[in-house]
Design a protein around this ligand. Structure first.
Ligand code: AMP
Ligand code: ZN
Length: 471
């Protein structure tokens, strides 16, 4: 397979080889539904979507699972702090279950608006308590976990590979964790699989006691196993998930099943604001509504978030949005012009045309094959636009080029490739302008052109007549 991915586990670019030929089992850490996800979260989810789309472009069937975390994710990402959902529930004076329903609905609406392909399933942590209890019970029986007064901890010293993903060493963690040591832990860096707290609202009666709730990490181990099996090809998340979340998932899953958990671990870099992380706790986040209020569509946002490399830093600014919107407008324009050329309006077939299309395709595929390097994949499309602007493509090559751009857009998911029919009143205006021009009433023809422009329709007079495109 020509597709190479950067594997966080080995810190190397590796050829992608799925466990079962032709099928990819992929798990993406999804949102914690206490607050509507912000555009930074969507950078991570759009990366997962682009990855899935690229695997499909390469002919693989992708079994994709993205979870919904609705309980157990504490404010410090580890074992301390408040449950994010319960904290938000107090703030909004609502039931945490209600918060989770409300935010999950917003999340699904956002996914749709951003053109994210639906995963096979979006499992909710609270629906998988028996699966978690089964793994925790097994880990206790095997000596990897221990119970203390209703809490269950994973003994990290029982798993020598602990720290391999993040590069953390248990001894160093030891020293750090001692500051906030929990008396009931055997080692300060042990992490909770199950916690007991009578005051917790979202709680379950299990063999560990009457008032328990799961740790965040065990949720993903249990949901991945339930929906994809013991072994995964790819596990993704944002860079902050590497430690402790994914390090702990590996420990739990591998000790329980005795098998390697995920072959490839892929992590997207943060979306930043002013050089720092965009995050709800820092209060520097934007939602899709904030982006819409500035006049940008979800399609333009999608392009702004995917057009760089997912492991390159990306700063969210309105200037960057403006730049992305204008580049996307050029790609939309490319499609309009190719369609026109394919209908035979362009000159005879120039010799270079076919090679231009082939090289754009090669460049796109080589960029995407290189660990989804979208920024390397896109210039081929710009070169095609330059060619069509210079009338270098005949009808047959324009048709080929159009097929290629349409295929590329099954991965990019944001170029306007559908042929659009104008509403009748706009068509009528264009005809009236034509008539005005014919009778040399340029004042009237300019007036209609401005009227159309105000509605986002740009007219262009070509030797073969007037053509339109959306602004
Ligand atoms: P959470 O809702 O906090 O569980 O996060 C959901 C996903 O978004 C995780 O994969 C995080 O790593 C990711 N994430 C959080 N903040 C950012 C950010 N500023 N940029 C990119 N990804 C993020
Ligand atoms: Zn997770």
């Amino acid at each position: 397979m020509s597709f190479h991915v950067y594997n966080s586990l080995t810190r190397r670019l590796e050829p992608f080889v799925p466990l079962e030929p032709g099928v990819v089992r992929m798990y993406n850490c999804g949102p914690t539904v206490y607050n509507r996800p912000h555009v930074g979260n969507y950078r991570a989810f759009l990366f997962a979507d682009t990855l899935r789309r690229w695997l499909e472009y390469r002919g693989l069937r992708v079994e994709q699972v993205m979870n919904i975390t609705d309980v157990g994710h504490l404010t410090d990402d580890g074992d301390e702090g408040e449950d994010k959902l319960e904290k938000q529930a107090k703030k909004e004076k609502l039931d945490p279950w209600e918060i989770s329903r409300k935010v999950a609905a917003q999340f699904f609406a956002d996914l749709k608006a951003l053109g994210i392909q639906p995963a096979k399933v979006y499992p909710k942590a609270s629906d998988h308590i028996p699966e978690m209890v089964e793994i925790i019970g097994g880990l206790i029986a095997m000596g990897h976990a221990y119970e203390v007064g209703g809490n269950v901890y994973f003994d990290v010293k029982s798993f020598p590979a602990y720290g391999r993903l993040s590069g953390n060493r248990v001894e160093e963690l030891d020293a750090g964790a001692r500051i906030a040591v929990r008396e009931d832990k055997r080692n300060p860096e042990d992490f909770a699989l199950w916690k007991s707290d009578p005051a917790h609202i979202m709680k379950w009666e299990t063999r560990f006691g009457p008032h328990g709730f799961p740790g965040w990490h065990i949720e993903c181990s249990a949901m991945a196993r339930k929906h994809l099996g013991d072994r995964l090809d790819i596990h993704t998340g944002g860079e902050d998930n590497i430690f402790p979340h994914h390090e702990c998932e590996i420990a739990q899953s591998e000790c329980f099943t005795g098998k390697p958990f995920a072959t490839y671990w892929m992590h997207s870099k943060f979306l930043q604001v002013d050089g720092g992380k965009m995050s709800k706790s820092l209060g520097n986040t934007y939602t899709l509504d904030d982006v819409a209020a500035r006049g940008y569509s979800p399609r333009q946002l999608r392009f702004a978030l995917i057009r760089g490399h997912y492991r390159a830093p990306l700063n969210f600014t309105w200037d960057a949005m403006k730049d992305a919107a204008s580049s996307l407008e050029n790609l939309d324009d490319l499609v309009v012009r190719l369609r026109r050329a394919a209908k035979g309006e362009a000159a005879a077939e120039p010799a270079l045309g076919a090679e231009l299309v082939a090289s754009a395709r090669r460049e796109f595929e080589a960029g995407m094959d290189e660990d989804l390097n979208v920024s390397r994949a896109l210039p081929g499309l710009s070169a095609l636009r330059a060619a069509v602007l210079e009338n270098k493509l005949g009808a047959a090559t324009a048709k080929d080029a159009l097929d290629f751009v349409t295929a590329a857009n099954r991965v990019l998911g944001c170029i306007a490739v559908e042929e659009e029919l104008l509403p009748a009143d706009i068509e009528a205006l264009i005809e009236r302008r034509q008539a005005a021009r014919k009778s040399k009433d340029f004042q009237e023809s300019d007036r209609i052109r401005d009227l159309l422009l105000a509605q986002g329709i740009v007219l262009e007079d070509t030797p073969k007549g007037v053509v339109w495109r959306r602004k």
